[in-house]
Design a protein around this ligand. Sequence first.
Ligand SMILES: *[C@@H]1O[C@H](CO)[C@@H](O)[C@H](O)[C@H]1NC(C)=O
Ligand SMILES: *[C@@H]1O[C@H](CO)[C@@H](O)[C@H](O)[C@H]1NC(C)=O
Ligand SMILES: *[C@@H]1O[C@H](CO)[C@@H](O)[C@H](O)[C@H]1NC(C)=O
Ligand SMILES: *[C@@H]1O[C@H](CO)[C@@H](O)[C@H](O)[C@H]1NC(C)=O
Ligand SMILES: *[C@@H]1O[C@H](CO)[C@@H](O)[C@H](O)[C@H]1NC(C)=O
Ligand SMILES: *[C@@H]1O[C@H](CO)[C@@H](O)[C@H](O)[C@H]1NC(C)=O
Ligand SMILES: *[C@@H]1O[C@H](CO)[C@@H](O)[C@H](O)[C@H]1NC(C)=O
Ligand SMILES: *[C@@H]1O[C@H](CO)[C@@H](O)[C@H](O)[C@H]1NC(C)=O
Ligand SMILES: *[C@@H]1O[C@H](CO)[C@@H](O)[C@H](O)[C@H]1NC(C)=O
Ligand SMILES: *[C@@H]1O[C@H](CO)[C@@H](O)[C@H](O)[C@H]1NC(C)=O
Length: 401
Amino acid sequence: MKFFVFSLLLSLVCADNAPQQQNNQQTTTAASSSSSSSQEYSSEYGVLQFQNVGFEGHYYNVKKIDSSSNESCTCELNTGKPVDFSGAITPLDGELSVHIRGPVNLQKFGYWVADSYTAGETNGSWSRLAYYDSEDQTAENVTFLSNVGENITCLGKALDYIDSDGVSQATESTVLSNVTIQSGDEFVIMSNVSCGKSGFGKDCGVYRDGIPAFHGYYGTTKMFLFQFLAPQDDSDNKDVENYNMPAIWLLNAHIPRTAQYATNSNCSAWASGGGEFDIFEILNTTESTHFYSTIHDFQGTDDIYTGLANEGYIERVDSVMMGGVIFGSDGTATVFMSNETTFDETINNSDLSSWISTVESKEDEHIMSLSSVTSESSKSDGSTLRNSWLTAFLLGVMCIL
Ligand SMILES: *[C@@H]1O[C@H](CO)[C@@H](O)[C@H](O)[C@H]1NC(C)=O
Ligand SMILES: *[C@@H]1O[C@H](CO)[C@@H](O)[C@H](O)[C@H]1NC(C)=O
Ligand SMILES: *[C@@H]1O[C@H](CO)[C@@H](O)[C@H](O)[C@H]1NC(C)=O
Ligand SMILES: *[C@@H]1O[C@H](CO)[C@@H](O)[C@H](O)[C@H]1NC(C)=O
Ligand SMILES: *[C@@H]1O[C@H](CO)[C@@H](O)[C@H](O)[C@H]1NC(C)=O
Ligand SMILES: *[C@@H]1O[C@H](CO)[C@@H](O)[C@H](O)[C@H]1NC(C)=O
Ligand SMILES: *[C@@H]1O[C@H](CO)[C@@H](O)[C@H](O)[C@H]1NC(C)=O
Ligand SMILES: *[C@@H]1O[C@H](CO)[C@@H](O)[C@H](O)[C@H]1NC(C)=O
Ligand SMILES: *[C@@H]1O[C@H](CO)[C@@H](O)[C@H](O)[C@H]1NC(C)=O
Ligand SMILES: *[C@@H]1O[C@H](CO)[C@@H](O)[C@H](O)[C@H]1NC(C)=O
């Protein structure tokens, strides 16, 4: 097992640089140089780290949803009131929802917070604020939901409670059993803290009428851990969407509350860069044993669909896997898989650091510096500096194998 560090471009984005306009030279250059290096260096690691996560930018939340009929179904983003952000982990410092796609048997899940965290530190500790254990059916501060409600043209299916089987619609919050959800099936975990009324500027913003709306998991400094199986799908249902592509990821919690799979991009904050972090994701069946980790926002890229993938991957094995992601106040996002992972109420950093260094130290240490890109001002729309990407940035990819 090795340790892969990916330094994100620290790019400064002007407040009125709308995502639709982000087609300038410098991001394209940076993104392509990063992906060309990935072909060369992609290999197996136990730890994948992003550094410098967080930038100065904005996204748009939904202002209005009309879901009164299939014909009139439409949404409006509040482009007049962008959500401005800057600093470590942004925009993923906001509330996040947790998403699981099969084939996966989720056995344990937990969410922890700390006041501050610097990657590798050994003092300090984390407090658990949510926990699920399939074995003894513990479910603290978790709500299991899925897109199983009414289907309407612009929004897709509505979020609703799911039964203990992880797939059927339920009328109230129900604890998930020890089940394996199949290829293509997905569910969502939110906290058990109910949202107030839907409305722009309210605690959960605007959300879809009629859904059970819950808060996501807050914090700049937060950690999500999972114990799970991701068994190979050897069935013949190969035309199922996302066949044999298990995944565990996080979204800005506004997104599933409006529409996770909207057909109209104005129906969620996603396309404007609300934020997504893929912790463990199989991207295609050719690489069905490689879990990649990807950030989908506008930091260092103008292509939110591709996002910025860490260049290493973590191996999907046939046995129980344990690990997750740690978001540090130092702007690091550390994804790891370690059999030493525990789910205690308090996790101290000396333990955390030893789980990570155990997987790191199974291989030699190696430091490698990849492409470094110096920017020029935007040529795309740019009469004034106000409309261009400003800052010089450096793509430093370091890997400690
Ligand atoms: C929208 O159309 C779908 C069928 O495509 C139907 O199931 C659903 O009830 C319709 N929704 C409304 C609000 O009319
Ligand atoms: C850990 O120790 C460092 C240096 O001794 C200190 O700066 C930091 O605040 C400590 N962190 C915590 C969470 O106690
Ligand atoms: C949960 O289900 C998995 C997969 O079927 C099985 O391996 C595991 O032993 C089960 N756990 C418990 C506690 O029953
Ligand atoms: C939410 O979960 C916490 C922790 O398990 C529990 O104390 C609280 O009663 C739950 N609240 C609701 C509304 O279910
Ligand atoms: C929702 O209905 C549309 C047709 O209105 C259909 O194309 C789409 O597949 C349905 N979505 C789901 C998730 O069933
Ligand atoms: C549940 O999670 C929410 C969202 O992060 C948090 O605000 C709340 O304090 C947690 N509840 C408990 C009982 O820990
Ligand atoms: C989204 O809203 C903008 C106006 O803010 C509009 O120009 C655009 O066509 C809408 N997009 C879709 C897919 O409806
Ligand atoms: C599968 O995904 C990997 C990782 O993104 C990529 O390198 C590879 O080209 C993809 N393969 C196919 C057949 O799409
Ligand atoms: C964890 O243990 C399983 C066996 O239980 C083994 O297959 C797997 O390789 C181990 N993973 C790591 C990262 O050491
Ligand atoms: C961290 O926790 C472990 C037990 O999980 C304990 O042995 C160790 O002493 C703790 N370290 C600190 C610094 O509290």
